[in-house]
Design a protein around this ligand. Structure first.
Ligand SMILES: [Zn+2]
Ligand SMILES: [Zn+2]
Length: 462
């Protein structure tokens, strides 16, 4: 497998440090709000890497984190040490505790994760469950002389880490030309960052912990280092994230991890490119940072979104439009229909030629547009139908388009049962329950059409 490594800025051959087990970490969501299509593009990338590694017969230990503390709003302006804690802000806005907010959005995230058919990591690690490990990491850095304390926290002195800027291109010297906002006068270097922040004087935060330096909370960058080191060891193979994390978050993860362990932190850094919407910027404030619910409300299947993401290379900017999503859904629907129409033979073998060709594309730095082209080439080729089907199912272990589920010609019993339950509710006039059942059917991929006399017809959504 070849992967573009953001650290060396080259396409490199991937080989794991330990052939027994590939280690992989992905920066997950900050759970203060719903995830949006830009986030899903990044998680599609980590999922495709994960699935490609499995396709190549690797064993993989994959960890994804959930940020439930310490991610400050200043990050939007390039300085994650300033601004409000997103969790605390959301907590004040919604009148709930930060833990309630986190639990709610984690639950929603897990539903979306399942809908996108992302393979589950070995663990989703929550930042607040690794406070002890984070404090320990700061202690090590303090003992080794990499930290200093200001009135608002414990900071990492980036001038003490020789290779600072290797990933970001931002060094202690050239950062002034960068986009940093008003420098904190107590910081020794503009690139320095908080490891531990103190709770503001006179303020009781919803989430805070005692530490040797004072009550407060961990810096955002610290959590990923602490969780990665704890769960996967000093050096891991692959770390995945959106390109917005490369300049600061990931550079700082490298600094604190490598200074603490003296070992290389990550061997391959993989970053996914930004998304645009209708040719412009995507943002919550612009109202176009669509959630999965927005997508489904417009009649799209999450699998169509997944297909849409795969029509572009992960390192190219992708422009989201509803028309683009519609053509992805059309293509997927055609693929499903073809697959359902094929004659079946359980003993059919895959087409070795097409699997080989497909493998070459996915292993070429995840060239998914060309991998999809191989799928369509195979569909049109002179290959027997049972063989085509077997090949398609094998390819789908990477594409993750739920091909197998969509082969079921019969409507699953649980769908029929749900529809019957709904009909009973309707007869009894319990409309809210009937509506709930209809929504559940939608989630299972079925639309229901009511016919006279309490009868109904079930239709597969796509
Ligand atoms: Zn990361
Ligand atoms: Zn992270």
């Amino acid at each position: 497998m070849k992967l573009y490594n953001s650290l060396t800025r080259k396409i490199e051959d991937f080989s794991p440090l330990n052939t027994e087990m590939v280690t992989m970490y992905a920066c997950g969501p900050t759970v203060y709000d719903h995830a949006h299509i830009g986030n899903f593009r990044t998680y599609t990338l980590s999922d495709l890497i994960y699935r490609t590694l499995l396709f190549n017969d690797h064993r993989v230990k994959f960890i994804m984190n959930l940020t439930d503390v310490g991610h400050l709003t200043g990050d939007n302006l390039g300085d994650a040490d300033t601004g409000e804690d997103r969790m605390e802000k959301s907590s004040a806005k919604e009148g709930k505790s930060a833990i309630e907010i986190a639990n709610y959005y984690i639950k929603r995230f897990m539903q979306d994760y399942e809908k996108m058919n992302f393979l589950k990591p070995e663990k989703f690690t929550r930042a607040t469950e690794y406070i002890e490990e984070q404090i320990k990491l700061v202690k090590i850095l303090e003992e080794k002389g990499f930290t200093y304390t200001t009135t608002d926290g414990v900071y990492f002195d980036t001038s003490k880490f020789e290779s600072y800027g290797q990933l970001s291109g931002y060094t202690v010297e050239n950062v002034m030309e960068g986009a940093r906002v008003e420098a904190n006068p107590e910081k020794k270097n503009p690139t320095d960052f908080a490891l531990w922040k103190f709770s503001p004087i006179g303020v009781k935060r919803s989430q805070e912990w005692p530490s040797p330096w004072g009550t407060g909370f961990p810096g955002w960058h610290l959590e990923c280092s602490a969780m990665s080191l704890t769960e996967l060891g000093n050096t891991i193979d692959i770390h995945v994230g959106g390109e917005d994390l490369r300049m600061v978050h990931h550079q700082n993860e490298i600094a604190q991890s490598e200074c603490a362990t003296g070992k290389k932190f990550v061997r391959y850094w993989v970053h996914g490119a930004h998304m645009m919407v209708d040719g412009g910027r995507m943002g919550k404030s612009l109202g176009n940072a669509y959630t999965l619910t927005d997508i489904e409300k417009k009649g799209f299947d999450p699998m169509a979104l997944r297909y849409f993401f795969m029509t572009s290379h992960y390192r190219s900017k992708l422009n989201f439009t509803w028309e683009g999503l519609q053509s992805a859904q059309n293509a997927l629907k055609k693929l499903y229909e073809l697959a359902r129409s094929y004659s079946r033979d359980p003993s059919a073998k895959v087409s070795k030629d097409f699997i080989k060709k497909f493998g070459e594309k996915i292993n070429d730095d995840l060239n998914m547009p060309e991998a999809l082209a191989v799928v369509w080439e195979m569909i049109k080729a002179e290959v027997g139908e049972p063989e085509k089907l077997a090949t398609l199912l094998k390819m789908d272990t990477v594409l993750g388009l739920r091909m197998e589920e969509n082969l079921a010609l019969e409507t699953p019993q649980k769908v029929i049962d749900m529809a019957k339950t709904r009909a009973e509710y309707r007869r009894a006039g319990i409309w809210d329950k009937a509506d709930q059942a209809r929504k559940q059917l939608m989630d299972m991929g079925y639309e229901i059409e009511d016919l006279p006399d309490g009868k109904f017809k079930l239709k597969r959504k796509i």
